[in-house]
Design a protein around this ligand. Structure first.
Ligand SMILES: C[S@@+](CC[C@H](N)C(=O)[O-])C[C@H]1O[C@@H](n2cnc3c(N)ncnc32)[C@H](O)[C@@H]1O
Length: 205
């Protein structure tokens, strides 16, 4: 499991590393750009204004929304990732905090039109994901939505099929969404498969 210091060390090479994996259509980032583009387009088409990004990293997705005039909020626990993102988006409200402990106080004071989490929630165990997602649902405004883009699968069979194919490269410290299992807690959770290992999960109040 990568710690915040691990992400600090990764931060400067992160974008390049993701690009290589996505361009090679290989786990874990196969489909990354499509996932981010889809979420970006849906938020713009809905004219959502207040956006919270969980584990925003270098700010790849929210920077584009920031340029479109959205109010950007975010939480991440890597100081270096925050530095990089904040330089791109001086007006964004970005906070340092471990999502295992929930949202930081300052973010709990707002409601959001969209909460996004791309490639970040797999760092939480399933039971922590459930607790955290339930808390995020309370922060949604009317007609608002949570978009999760991540390594994710419709069911355990798909998950295990991908794990077998990836072999030694599979990261055993990460906990990927298996959507039909999460539906026990969020019956309306929706999954769209984007690549062999990635998908978009949608959750509403
Ligand atoms: C793989 S990167 C994804 C970055 C970005 N969302 C993207 O799509 O490229 C995961 C991000 O989540 C953050 N993260 C991981 N675990 C976290 C935790 N427990 N609390 C807060 N941030 C966390 C990392 O610091 C990193 O910036």
């Amino acid at each position: 499991m990568l710690t915040n210091e691990g992400f600090d060390l990764w931060a400067d090479d992160y974008d390049e590393c993701v690009d290589i994996s996505d361009n090679n259509e290989s786990y874990p980032f196969a489909g990354y750009k499509i996932v981010l583009n889809e979420i970006y387009n849906r938020i713009l088409n809905a004219s959502y204004k207040n956006i919270l990004d969980i584990g925003f990293g270098t700010g790849t997705l929210i920077f584009r929304l920031y340029q479109q005039g959205c109010n950007i909020y975010g939480q991440d626990f890597s100081e270096r990732m925050i530095d990089i993102a904040q330089k791109k988006m001086p007006e964004a409200k970005l906070y340092n905090g471990d999502i295992s402990n929930g949202l930081v106080e300052a973010l709990l004071e707002h409601k959001y039109d969209a909460i996004i989490a791309t490639y970040s929630l797999h760092h939480l165990t399933d039971s922590k994901k459930v607790t955290f997602l339930k808390s995020l649902l309370k922060q949604l405004d009317e007609n608002a939505v949570i978009y999760i883009g991540d390594v994710a699968f419709e069911n355990r069979i798909e998950h295990d099929k991908c794990m077998k194919k990836v072999g030694d490269e599979w990261d055993k410290d990460e906990f990927y969404f298996v959507v039909n299992e999460m539906k026990a807690y969020f019956p309306d959770m929706k999954f769209e498969k984007i690549s062999e290992c990635a998908g978009i999960i949608t959750l509403k109040k």
